[in-house]
Design a protein around this ligand. Structure first.
Ligand code: GAL
Length: 443
């Protein structure tokens, strides 16, 4: 028989730095391993109630995509109650979630991407969805990488929505046509485009100074530099030696030199504004996760008409991925039937197809969706090649815990904004972060 609840003797996982603090607080509040206090009012089993869902899908396409799920849920007589926290990549939402949990007001459902849900599961807070996964044959249906991401010590602890490709380059087709440009396959090709656009008044690369958006460029450069194996040594294994490697020096030099291709000054802007500056013709290219494609579609623009898509330079063979997932807080298990209904819904082929078409991502299902556009097919092909071609996004929490990710992302932004910091100094600082936090993780 499959257990849905966490066994009483379930081990609390390795105390990761930062999470250790959370653990202590959780223990102090009497939450770890124990069912949280009942959420009120307790809804009847099955439909006829509501689920509070914390997430950061606030742009036009994000809302439209999530409405696919909201509507399906409504058909089951379950109301989706929104706790939408704006802020790209969930930087704000992650903080709100922690505060809500510590105040013993955990939402019933949360958008929770990446390795971090293992941390919440280790605290005994997440509902195990093993029954739903077995009934729906999830293991066979979905990509193995997604399946293993959802599993924590042999239990499924989240329901997947889709897979985003972070190494995506979008370009303004009118500008490319006017100046006879082709999508850059390498960073040298990219430099040629920058040269050709000199003196035209067009900014080659749309960019924001928000930390996560600068780090998006950084992780793309890291993947382009030496492929997924080196990328994993950096961001999954957190090898100090990898950060001190000459390749990192090259990545940082490239990152800094790209400033010349960006709008001046590079301001902190939401990703939607940055995407708009590309389609409006102010900028020629944009490197961003493919939710940008979903957003452009929501604004009435189509692939290969107003804009084109290609893999980011130097990463054509690879897939820098991030998956969107929903985790459920167990609480007193009063919401379990509705939470399981939601989990079941996310994996229905119809929801997968429609949601991902609007969102810009691809379904988590191995079987190719015939409705995918050119960019999605390309993403699907690259992802299907398997783990050797895949790189887990640092920025979107696929590679390491939140504390380490936040420390690296902040360091990258500091380096980009402060010209007085040399590449060598930054390398040392990144290696020190890797050394300290990896040590903490293994303690
Ligand atoms: C990612 C998330 C996407 C998209 C993006 C922009 O972390 O996976 O679904 O919302 O942030 O905020």
């Amino acid at each position: 028989m499959i257990k849905t609840k966490r066994p009483a003797n379930a081990r609390v996982g390795p105390a990761r730095f930062g999470l250790a603090v959370l653990c202590l607080l959780a223990l102090a509040l009497g939450m770890a391993g124990l069912p949280a206090r009942a959420q009120s009012p307790v809804p009847p089993a099955g439909g006829g109630g509501s689920l509070q869902v914390l997430h950061w899908w606030t742009s036009a396409s994000e809302r439209q995509a999530i409405n696919v799920v909201v509507n399906q849920l409504a058909k089951q007589d379950i109301q989706w109650r929104d706790v939408a926290i704006p802020g790209g990549a969930g930087m704000g939402a992650a903080k709100v979630l922690k505060s809500m949990v510590l105040a013993n007001r955990a939402p019933e459902v949360t958008q929770l991407n990446g390795v971090v849900f293992g941390e919440w599961a280790d605290l005994g807070l997440l509902l195990e969805l093993d029954n739903v996964a077995v009934q729906g044959n999830w293991e066979k249906q979905m990509f193995p990488t997604v399946w293993s991401l959802l599993n924590n010590h042999g239990h499924v602890v989240a329901a997947p929505l889709g897979i985003h490709r972070i190494n995506s380059l979008f370009y303004n087709t009118a500008i490319f046509k006017r100046y006879n440009l082709t999508p850059p396959k390498t960073w040298d090709d990219f430099d040629q485009i920058v040269k050709k656009l000199q003196g035209t008044g067009i900014v080659p690369l749309a960019q924001s100074a928000e930390a996560w958006q600068l780090a998006t460029l950084f992780e793309n450069l890291a993947l382009a530099e030496s492929g997924p194996a080196y990328y994993r040594r950096l961001f999954v294994e957190m090898s100090p030696a990898a950060f001190l490697d000459a390749r990192m020096l090259h990545i940082l030099k490239r990152l800094r030199s790209l400033a010349a291709a960006m709008p001046q000054p590079v301001r902190e802007r939401p990703w939607t504004e940055v995407a708009r500056s590309m389609v409006s013709g102010e900028a020629a290219m944009l490197i961003m996760g493919d939710w940008a494609k979903g957003e452009l579609n929501a604004w009435g623009m189509e692939v290969d008409q107003q804009f084109g898509c290609a893999p980011a330079p130097g990463t054509g063979d690879f897939h820098l991925y991030s998956t969107d997932t929903l985790a459920m807080f167990a609480g007193n298990y009063a919401h379990q039937p509705m939470q399981e209904t939601l989990a079941r819904l996310t994996m229905s082929p119809a929801v997968q197809s429609e949601y991902n078409r609007i969102k810009g991502s691809i379904p988590v299902l191995r079987a190719a969706d015939p409705h995918m556009d050119r960019c999605a097919r390309d993403s699907w092909r690259a992802f299907s090649k398997g783990p050797a071609w895949q790189a887990p996004s640092l920025v979107h929490r696929m590679a390491t815990d939140d504390t380490t990710k936040d420390a690296i992302v902040a360091e990258v932004q500091r380096f980009f904004l402060d010209r007085n910091l040399s590449e060598e100094q930054t390398q040392k600082r990144l290696a020190a972060i890797a050394r300290t936090l990896a040590r903490n993780r293994n303690d």
